[in-house]
Design a protein around this ligand. Sequence first.
Ligand SMILES: Cc1ncc(COP(=O)(O)O)c(C=O)c1O
Length: 424
Amino acid sequence: MNTTQTLPTTARRPDNGADCLQAALAGARELPLRARMAAFSGLLRDTVPERARLYRRTVVSATGREVRVQDDPARPPRTMIMFGSNNYLGLANHPYVRDAVRRAVDRWGVGVAGPPHLNGTLRLHRELEARLAALKRQEDAVVFPTGYGANLGLVSALVRRGDRVVHDEKHHASFIDGLRLAGAASRVFPHNDVAALGDLLDQPSTGDTLVGVEGVYSMDGDLAPLAAIATACRTAGALLVVDDAHGTGVLGPGGSGAAAHAGVEHLVDAIMGTFSKTFSVVGGFVAGDHALVDWLRFYARSYMFSASLPPTVIAAVLAGLDVLERDPEPLERLWANVACLRDRLATIGIDWKGESPICSIPVPSSVDVHAAAARFHEVGLFINAIVYPAVPTGQERFRISLNAEHTAADIDRLVGTLATILEG
Ligand SMILES: Cc1ncc(COP(=O)(O)O)c(C=O)c1O
């Protein structure tokens, strides 16, 4: 089908190019499903060929400080410095973790072929849940197939119609999807605005109140003021749920997370985390008291009705926890790199607090974000350009993730290129 012919005028590609996708998608919204899908597909092909090259880049090596990227099947892959992955401690290809996974295959095979309440609980799953509970200083923990599923199951199991959910405006989509599933009323407070949260909590509610924040905000890497938020929740009798996807393994003593960093583990009702960042595999968990975790095991549908994680993944996370416990060096190197990037950015006039390994650089309107992303790519720096629909038009940014394996020379290269790009 020639998709452009099926589009209403408003759905056609505007000439300016930059905001075409957003405008065109808005116009296509009224079309029947098949035409809408075809229109979307056509738009992707017509309007973003150059940009699309920088999404779904084909990596042909293990993920580490460097990766090999295949731009063109006819040409050899190129080596790039990886500033786009959440492999904060370098566990994605760590020799100890690789060995543990190999041994797990020999001992346990590749999968369990079923959900946890039936045939899907190995001794490994129980061991991991106990280790995670200890890491988070909670009574118990439950492991989910993904971090997305952990948030979805957590929120939808805890709240019901008549309850209210109050969350930060920058909370992750998985949390929002959980509250959609629950059908509970939700109120949003401006990012990190504790006074606004307090005002919302002061308003009367007939049901329970659940407050959701991230320990480290995934897009910009800034921290939630957890101590003040926890106090506000206690005063109001609200439950506090912290998404510690990016704080686990990174913040707090021994990488125990954002709540420990803020000294409020005892004031948090549930801590959610993922295995897809520091542990560099896939999966998620929720830690809390026995009653909460027991409840989730039976009422979180994304746990109950989904197959258990395979032993290789569990073994990778257990081995990652061993590294965290036994070897402080990766965490020290990571924070040394955060300090290095903060200092180098200051030399080009960028004031970055460096609260986490995620550094978000807003792209000024004078800079074409797609051309700039292509420039990073050409010089061998793998970073993520965040554009619509991940952020509203006008709030484009470069998202840089540091890891323990980066060198000062890598960071110099990054900042040098950034300076050239921002100069225009
Ligand atoms: C803050 C936050 N919560 C939840 C998730 C979902 O986790 P996963 O990708 O492991 O399913 C992510 C992943 O992007 C995240 O950044």
